[in-house]
Design a protein around this ligand. Structure first.
Ligand code: ATP
Length: 303
């Protein structure tokens, strides 16, 4: 067993630069071709020895984070402990900066961070492949939170292949209130049924992958795509105003991040990021903004 008194892990949020969604499968999940990009907007999870498994959370959205065993950080600690036949005797403190229920995989990030923090605290040295298995059991986006960088996710999004990415600058507009990811997928199914046209197999766009590798923001701007955007806009029509405000202020492209309601704006450089963020803040179409660069590293133990 390790003698460490606490371990803190920093973990990034993600944006999907492509989110291609297939038809609903018999098990209710959708096949995806999901190009993930980790962005420099981080939560930190600190694991400290305790008599039993407890969770606390600080940050602007802390009130919306469950502190019971449904918290993905707690579930990660439980799964890791069960795999090693030990008790999950740990306190997990989440310093939350990633918007909650915002389509940026904040809960998944905390799950990956807690897994790594507990593994180090308990001195387990679990092989990376086993950690990734536990991540996939926790949720489709959790493996990417562990790995970070840029990756193509297939299956439910959990089968990852790293992809090349240059540096890109982003602004995120955080909306008031979250959107439930299952509700957005249900709306996707409803809109698809109403339209009546068959849904193609989801495939990663070669043009997007090459734009990502090139590091050229104008080329990437022309290829960004999110199949969940119409569903998110249907449930939250006001997001169209946020997207328009960001584009009017000079963003190269705008899209809903994952299942939303956070909106993501690709910008040319850090200076235009500050300008776009200031205009969005003043526009009254969002609660707040965050500026970030990508790709960011995955979950990392802090010294
Ligand atoms: P995704 O992008 O992966 O679909 P999201 O970013 O939209 O997810 P999350 O912030 O992960 O959404 O939160 C979704 C729900 O998960 C929350 O409403 C909350 O009830 C629950 N949850 C469980 N653990 C956490 C956590 N550690 N942080 C935030 N929410 C959590």
């Amino acid at each position: 067993m390790s003698t460490r008194t606490s371990v803190t892990v920093r973990v990034p949020a993600k944006v999907n630069v492509q989110l291609a969604v297939g038809a609903a499968r018999p098990d209710g999940f959708h096949d995806l071709a999901n190009v993930f990009l980790a962005v420099s907007l981080f939560d930190e999870v600190t694991a400290t020895p305790a008599d039993s498994l407890t969770v606390s959370c600080e940050g602007p959205d802390a009130d919306h984070v469950p502190l019971d065993r449904t918290n993905l950080a707690a579930r990660a600690a439980e799964l890791l402990a069960a795999r090693h036949g030990i008790a999950p005797s740990v306190h997990l403190h989440i310093a939350k900066n990633i918007p909650v229920a915002g389509g940026m995989a904040g809960g998944s990030a905390d799950g990956a961070a807690a897994l790594l923090a507990c593994d180090a605290l308990w001195g387990l040295d679990t092989p990376r492949a086993e950690l990734l298995d536990i991540c996939a059991a926790l949720g489709s986006d959790v493996p990417f939170s562990l790995v970070g960088g840029a990756a193509l996710g297939t299956g439910r999004g959990e089968l990852l292949t790293p992809v090349a990415s240059g540096t890109f600058h982003w602004v995120f507009a955080v909306a008031d209130g979250g959107l439930s990811t299952p509700a957005v997928f249900r709306e996707f199914d409803r809109l698809a049924a109403a339209e009546g046209t068959p849904i193609p197999e989801p495939e990663a766009s070669p043009a997007l992958l090459s734009a990502l590798a090139s590091g050229d923001p104008d080329t990437l701007a022309a290829t960004l795509a999110n199949d969940l955007q119409p569903a998110a806009l249907s449930l939250r029509p006001q997001l169209a105003d946020t997207l328009a405000a960001g584009l009017d202020s000079g963003a190269l492209a705008a899209l809903v991040s994952g299942s939303g309601p956070t909106t993501a704006f690709l910008v040319r450089d850090p200076e235009s990021a500050l300008k776009v963020a200031a205009v969005l803040d003043a526009s009254g179409t969002c609660r707040t903004t965050r500026v970030a660069a990508a790709p960011a590293p995955g979950a990392t133990v802090l010294p």
